[in-house]
Write a protein that binds this ligand. Structure first.
Ligand code: SAM
Length: 267
């Protein structure tokens, strides 16, 4: 069926991250993981030919799909023209105004993984079941000490509890991508530690992992714009943190450092 749809609408796939998930048990498991109820409003990013959408409209109260490719918007409109609980928005999910929703379920276009994830996290929702490239998913969920632990892990875990649910083979898609994928559960919650200035916290994390082989003491010299009161700040940061590399620090340790910078600057 996939091939006949693609042929009918003149779509070859591949561009715009168009790899359609065709493995039925995996499609079912993604919809099931979202635990959809009749009062849920689900956002799907990149509806494609509607294989996942079909499962979402059957389970949720309402489904809103954002799809960038007008040819796929036409496929979705044809496929769901008799379905009343769906709204299809043509546009770029990183730019269009996001509608109100409480769950997000998507086999994401991998080229927008980072901007769309943080856009969604800043918007807020109850639960997300999202497919990413496997390496990206690993970086989201990792903890200090792992080689995949980095800026993406700290920034993501600041906003949400994240869990890698399953690794997916390229053969589950048509056309098959070159990379493996993974399904991640994202459950936003208030930060579990105090951050006095969010933007400052993210900049500390960026500076620290920008110099990930260096000890924090040296990594902070690359802070942009430079820290005016660097010596005073370094005196207040626990010695234990200054002697470690970014990959050894927990997210709350970066909060401690950014809160010290905030206090020194403010006085
Ligand atoms: N949901 C379908 C599935 O599971 O088979 C398709 C997933 S495919 C990996 C990604 C989809 O996102 C494609 O349909 C592509 O056209 C669409 N897309 C790519 N970039 C987009 C963007 N910036 N905003 C919205 N949709 C986008």
């Amino acid at each position: 069926m996939v091939y006949s749809i693609l042929k009918k609408y003149g779509i070859r796939g591949g561009s715009l991250d168009q790899h359609f998930l065709v493995n039925e048990p995996i499609l079912d498991s993604i919809a099931e993981a979202a635990d959809l109820q009749i009062d849920d409003i689900v956002l799907e990013i990149g509806g494609g030919i509607g294989n996942l959408t079909e499962r979402l409209v059957a389970r949720a109260g309402r489904v809103i799909v954002i799809e960038r490719d007008p040819r796929l918007v036409a496929v979705l409109q044809d496929r769901f023209h008799e379905i009343s609980n769906i709204e299809i928005i043509e546009g770029d999910a990183t730019k269009v105004e996001l509608p109100a929703f409480n769950k997000v379920v998507a086999n994401l276009p991998y080229s927008i993984s980072s901007p769309i994830t943080f856009r969604l996290l800043n918007h807020g929702f109850e639960k997300g079941i999202l497919m990413y490239q496997y390496e990206f998913a690993r970086r989201m969920v990792e903890v200090p000490g792992s080689k995949n632990y980095g800026r993406l892990s700290v920034d993501t875990q600041y906003f949400a509890d994240v869990r890698l649910l399953r690794k997916i083979s390229p053969s589950a898609f048509t056309p098959a991508p070159k990379v493996w994928s993974a399904v991640v559960e994202v459950v936003p919650r208030p930060s579990v530690f105090e951050v006095k200035d969010e933007q400052l916290f993210f900049r500390v994390v960026e500076a620290a992992f920008g110099q990930r082989r260096k000890k924090m003491k040296n990594a902070l010299t690359k802070f942009n714009p430079p820290l005016a009161d660097r010596e005073a700040i370094l005196r207040l940061i626990p010695e234990d943190f200054l002697g470690k590399r970014a990959e050894q620090l927990f997210p709350e340790d970066f909060a401690t450092i950014s809160n010290i910078i905030y206090e020194v600057r403010d006085n």
